[in-house]
Design a protein. Sequence first.
Length: 155
Amino acid sequence: MRLQDLRVFLSVAEHGNLHRAAEVTGLTQSALSKVLIRLEAQAGMQLVERMPRGVALTEAGATLLQHAQKVVLAVDDLENELEDQRMAKAGVVRLGTLPYLVPTLISPLLASFFVRRPLATFSIETSLSARLISLLRKGQADLIMAATPEKPPAD
């Protein structure tokens, strides 16, 4: 079974309506029907019962739904994890820190990090806490190491 077919089937099950599922998936109703026919041929049994106001899952359809949800979730998790690893290995991390933390804390941490992620790149900016907090809020830093006041400064 094709992963994309399972995604289409999940949409049909969620919406209970071929027209709505076709809209959501970006397929024509004809293409969506072909996906259902292909899945039913692979399953060797009917998966949905066509009704005047939509579709209902058969017992086999409900079984496929349970497994399709797990398969699609597992593949999505895998893709996300691989993307996270790819970004961690090749991405740029913008780090803001207090100047005195660089030799005592940041350098040893980065040395350990680069052993596991040799393609990663860090951009380090040293400044006072108020500026670092501002950089983080503005999305100009991914991570900061700063002392936080009782009440964070307003931007």
